[in-house]
Design a protein around this ligand. Sequence first.
Ligand code: GTP
Ligand code: MG
Length: 370
Amino acid sequence: PETITLQDLAQRMNERVADVVKFMIQQGEMLRGNDIIDADTAELIAEEFGHTVKRVAESDVEIGLEGEDDDPKDLKSRPPIVTIMGHVDHGKTSLLDALRKTDVVAGEAGGITQHIGAYQVKLKSGDRITFLDTPGHAAFTAMRARGATATDIAILVVAADDSVMPQTIESINHAKAAGVPIIVAVNKTDLPDSNADKVLTDLLQHDVQVESMGGETQAVKVSALTGQGLDELTDAITLQAELLELKANPSRHADGVVIESQLDKGRGPVATVLVKRGTLERGDIVVAGSQWGKVRALVDERGQQLKGAGPAQPVEVLGLDGAPDPGDSFVVVDTEARAREVTEYRIRSKRQVSGKAGAAARASLDQLLS
Ligand code: GTP
Ligand code: MG
């Protein structure tokens, strides 16, 4: 059941605890500030003190933050978000580095210079693809644990000289559990002892049926070393993205997920976020995990300052009051008061989760009092 302490209720109403306690005594209830009351009682008290009550369940606080659903007519297609997975040494990092070079903007703006946990490439066709860097990354694990992976497509890298290995299987299971489609990249095909066909048949045993075996999973032979097959791989990603019909409304308050964060000596807390919906803009008030702040600057993977970042765009956010955790969600809110309210709520629920089981499940009642 939803509960709250008298103290918390008083604070939310901006009333003195003593007055609330006095009121309860008048009702024949001898309670102290840290005593717990249920939602109905809280509502009664709040009304008695002249406040209107809007009850929001714990999970609804997050949902409330998500705002309204988008009108289908506001949805615009967005780039796919791609994660590279696979066994140790099969070439995940090499492939990410090679794909980074497929970016056509590279020449113009100095190329992708920073490692910011995620990057976006613009293909010759004009299509964009967002790659989540450092796979098996803390953020990915955290997002997976919350059942909210930010990934649309998983590239399963399998070295052609080594074939299916334990972490290949693990990656398959992760992708399947998350409902994320797989594209197989058979890597190291430049090696003389490579055997791409063996990889494809071995995958059959793990329920990955590639197209040449009568299945629906795309497979591409590549070499991260020579760059062979990379165009085919980005084509396969684009095709898969089209099938997924990925869309988002760019014209709303932004929300998304924190990929990584750090405390930078010169710049203060810096969070790399991935925008899922809306456009994040300079000057926005952002809540990220249990941190908040006004966006002072947005910086992309080329070190360029941006005015705004739209759906599927990774960007560094400066201006938060602390470093949020990877996997935390972020959202733009209207006012600083709202930002404080949300962060206080989050800090409190984190505290609850991390122990103090005896202290009862207080404050699962989240009331917005006006
Ligand atoms: P971990 O991050 O340790 O799991 O490895 P990884 O999957 O990121 O592999 P990484 O990119 O570090 O590559 C491992 C080794 O394979 C390195 O020595 C690479 O140079 C080599 N390698 C990667 N791709 C290719 C390729 O296409 N051909 C050849 N011949 N070697 C490759
Ligand atoms: Mg690596």
